[in-house]
Design a protein around this ligand. Structure first.
Ligand code: TZD
Ligand code: CA
Length: 526
């Protein structure tokens, strides 16, 4: 009879989950015994970095990814990073080791007491199988739930289960295939198309789910066919539309009143692949102007159900856009040119203005570069200078939990070995996921990290002004030298002091990781 471990490994191999991001403990070792050829274990030195790397890798590849964490303590360390994975709808399959079954009740050391309950509010599905024989089926469920719900899942497995007999029936999971279709029916498709065709002034709002190779370009076609303005949904974490396209109006502000103000005069707002909406700043008001109708198309049934207003159609936005392109007539609006970039403002002495840094990236990096960004005060500076025209060009922590930037950049670079990858990370953000540098060095991941050092939590200074708190302590972070930190983790690094030097360094190509530290002036996010 096959062991639980053998069936589990065979199932993971069949489903293509052969890259494992993890940080092991004693409870996890029996699962890792005898990993078959073809598996690759990517060690992260802290669980936040493990999940951040897996998140970047899964987003870049568009496939579920296995994460292996240690019991309750490792799972706890991973929770902040998982908030981002939930918001970006990343299918991470977290498998955590549990004490042997007989030791959980008495709470032996390393028992993850009530393991599923620990994670349940956060992940889409969490379980600890009721017996060893059920582990292969439960693992399959964890993978399929992650794929179907597009959410992290969590499976806790007592470590004595792995060597147990799985029973011949367990081999049935090896043959399983689970697929979904999400095309609207004829009547739904007709009604939506009529509504869009009848709108006098439609507008499009696009979310992170639109950033896929096919849909990204189809959304451009749809916008050009309608000749309508396009916004990115609030709390943007992936870029769903070329940011200098003449129809692009930028990211919607993340507050109720300013969103309604943006929609003023539009009779129809079609939201594709986004929740309605991920507001952030508390700016109360009416949800929508008088006379504006909102229709949300999303595959995320929960996002459809919890929206506070509008109609929703739970369907694949790609299928819906394809349908609209087929049935709506009208020529594309004549191609107005992409908007030009402004001259960046100058910095101050040895400090570069962040816009100078981004202008250098825009000019020196190849057009297909993927950027993983985690510098919060430079948000508007970033969008003023960048010209991103391809899908998969931009990643940001989806729930705003810092610690995604560095690990996420490592994961995206591992998932996209064919694309240049740049991490743009603040001197505050870098610390939350700093250990990912070690993994990048060990795997010689080709990656450039541009570290913006302004000596402070810049965004929080700005928030202090907004919230009427000008005197909060704990906002400055002097005395950090990331060139020395990077060297300590095995990543070559440079401190760059001028725009010309930065451009020259960026133009050099490397086949492994490198860190470039730049001192920058303080800017505000908006
Ligand atoms: N902890 C975590 C895990 N996530 C957070 N978002 C914060 C704390 C709070 N926070 C922000 O929301 S922005 C920010 C913090 C600490 C400052 C980030 O500093 P930085 O970027 O140097 O990376 P800027 O450009 O100086 O703002
Ligand atoms: Ca900073």
């Amino acid at each position: 009879m096959p062991s639980v471990r053998r069936v589990a490994h065979a199932f993971l191999a069949r489903q293509g989950l052969t890259t494992v991001f993890g940080n092991p403990g004693s409870n996890e070792l029996p699962f890792l015994a005898g990993l078959p050829d073809g598996f690759r274990y990517v060690l992260g030195l802290h669980e936040g970095a493990v999940v951040g790397m897996a998140d970047g890798y899964a987003q870049a590849t568009g496939r579920p990814v296995l994460v292996n964490l240690h019991a309750a303590s490792g799972s706890g360390n991973a929770m902040g990073a998982l908030t981002n994975a939930v918001a970006s709808r990343t299918p991470l399959v977290v498998v955590a080791g549990q004490q042997v079954r007989s030791a959980v009740g008495p709470e032996a050391n390393l028992a993850n007491v009530d393991a599923a309950a620990l994670m349940k509010p956060l992940v889409g599905w969490a379980a600890e199988p009721a017996c060893a024989e059920d582990v292969p089926r439960a693992l399959a469920q964890a993978v399929f739930e992650a794929r179907l719900q597009r959410r992290p899942t969590y499976l806790s497995v007592p470590y004595d289960d792995w060597a147990a007999d799985a029973g011949d029936n367990s081999l049935a999971v090896l043959e399983r295939e689970v697929a979904r279709a999400a095309v609207p029916d004829a009547e739904q498709g007709r009604r939506l198309a009529e509504r869009v065709a009848a709108a006098r002034r439609p507008a499009l709002v696009l979310g992170g789910d639109v950033d896929t190779p096919g849909l990204f370009h189809d959304a451009v076609r749809l916008a050009e066919r309608l000749g309508c303005p396009v916004w990115a949904a609030p709390s943007l974490f992936r870029l769903p539309f070329p940011n200098r396209h003449p129809l692009f109006r930028g990211v919607l502000p993340a507050g109720i009143a300013p969103v309604a103000a943006a929609f003023e005069g539009h009779d129809l707002v079609l939201v594709l692949g986004a929740p309605v909406f991920r507001y952030h700043e508390h700016l109360p008001g009416r949800y929508l102007p008088e006379g504006t109708r909102l229709v949300q198309v999303t595959e995320d049934a929960s996002a459809a159900a919890r929206a506070p207003m509008g109609e929703a159609l739970v369907a694949d936005p790609a299928a819906v856009v394809e349908h609209l392109l087929k049935v709506l007539d009208g020529a594309a609006t004549s191609g107005a040119p992409y908007r030009p970039v402004p001259e960046p403002p100058a910095g101050d002495g040895a400090r570069l203005h962040p816009e100078e840094v981004f202008a250098a990236l825009r000019d020196e990096q190849p057009e297909d570069t993927a950027y993983v960004v985690e510098s919060t005060s430079t948000n508007s500076a970033w969008w003023r200078q960048m010209d991103l025209r391809r899908p998969g060009s931009y990643y940001f922590p989806a729930a705003g939990g810092l610690g995604f930037g560095l690990p996420g950049a490592v994961g995206v670079a591992m998932g996209h070995p064919d694309r240049p990858v740049v991490g743009v990370v603040g001197d505050g953000s870098a610390n939350y996921g700093i250990t990912a540098l070690w993994t990048a060095a060990q795997h010689r991941v080709p990656l450039t990290v541009v570290l913006l050092r302004n000596g402070t939590y810049g965004a929080l200074r700005w928030f202090g002004g907004l919230l009427g708190v000008p005197d909060a302590p704990g906002l400055d972070i002097p005395g950090l030298d990331f060139t020395r930190i990077a060297e300590g983790y095995g990543v070559p690094s440079r401190h760059v002091t001028g725009a010309g030097e930065l451009r020259a360094v960026l133009a050099e190509r490397t086949d492994g990781p490198r860190l470039i530290q730049v001192d920058t002036t303080l800017t505000t996010p908006a």
